[in-house]
Write a protein that binds this ligand. Structure first.
Ligand SMILES: Nc1ncnc2c1ncn2[C@@H]1O[C@H](COP(=O)(O)OP(=O)(O)O)[C@@H](O)[C@H]1O
Ligand SMILES: [Mg+2]
Length: 278
């Protein structure tokens, strides 16, 4: 499946008839029994009418045929395991409109030269955020760091590669015990360095946002906060990413590694000196 990115198409406000029956089939089983869309809205559930329309558009293009089960219900988004039209597993992240976190999103949108003139309307901020996560996945994927391959997005719905073994989603770094933690730490630091070298910062690196298939295969996820180096906070955030990761490995595996040494590895001495003078 190819990566789709068409800004015009995504933002256009086309009139779209929702095929209720089709959508009922797409929803995970336990949500199918609710009779009307209004039932779901009353419960303030993630499947409001605009979200159903976004899902319907993704179904029409073959990116999605079914949401099979819930992987995660977070404050900001719910993530589902689904299938595309060929039956291949996909991960579907649906951002919630009622999130109280949209204020926290602004520092990562303002200052990112890719997103100018962001309307202060809540739904617009959420849609822009979803688009930002998609664009970051594309950038990171092309740079060659391990992230789920992005397939498509519509409004607040993002479809990407499912990271798991068979139907089981891969566990997070925090949920497993590694045999050789140093090797994975070095590899993650190398990924942060690669991103940095190519002009990007993840800005939310933690043991929660790395999925581990096995010791030699992990994926960095949740890339919505990522910014280009042109963002005024980018240098602070790359340092924060490195320190977070090194501190986690120190805590969990009783290591005594110096985070500063790793920061130097990523951004080099000159920039670090500048940073410390800020
Ligand atoms: N591509 C994916 N494949 C499998 N599971 C995923 C994928 N993306 C996210 N998940 C699961 O969903 C959880 C939440 O996703 P994440 O992007 O971190 O959202 P948030 O932290 O904003 O709720 C992850 O911890 C992971 O368990
Ligand atoms: Mg997360």
């Amino acid at each position: 499946m190819s990566v789709e990115f068409n800004e015009e198409e995504n933002l256009e406000d086309e009139i779209f008839e929702v095929d209720e029956e089709l959508l009922r089939q797409v929803l995970p089983k336990r949500f199918r029994k609710e009779k009307t869309i209004e039932d779901r809205e009353i419960e303030n559930w993630v499947f409001d009418r605009p979200t159903l329309i976004a899902l319907a558009k993704l179904i029409n293009k073959g990116y999605l045929s079914e949401l099979v089960s819930t992987i995660s219900m977070g404050k900001e988004a719910n993530v589902f395991r689904g299938k595309d039209s060929a039956g291949f597993p996909v991960a579907v992240k649906i951002y919630k409109k009622d999130t109280t976190l949209f204020k926290d999103m602004m520092p990562y949108l303002d200052g990112d030269p890719r997103f100018k003139r962001i309307k202060r309307k809540r739904s617009h901020i959420i849609y822009t955020w979803c688009q930002k996560e998609f664009k970051n996945l594309q950038e990171f994927y092309e740079i060659g760091v391990p992230v789920p391959k992005p397939f498509a997005y519509r409004d607040n719905v993002l479809v990407m590669e499912f990271i798991g073994i068979d139907d089981i989603p891969a566990p997070r770094l925090k949920d497993i015990v590694l045999e050789d933690p140093r090797e994975m730490l070095n590899s993650i630091i190398e990924d942060i360095r690669k991103l940095y070298e190519n002009g990007f910062v993840h800005a939310d690196m933690s043991e929660y946002n790395i999925l581990v298939k096995d010791e030699s295969e992990y994926y960095i996820i949740d890339v919505g906060q990522g910014v280009p180096l042109a963002h005024p906070m980018a240098y602070r955030w790359v340092v924060r990413d490195v320190v977070n990761i090194v501190n986690y490995f120190n805590r969990r595996y009783k290591l005594c590694l110096d985070p500063k040494k790793y920061v130097l590895e990523v951004i080099g001495e000159e920039i670090l000196a500048d940073y410390l003078m800020l």
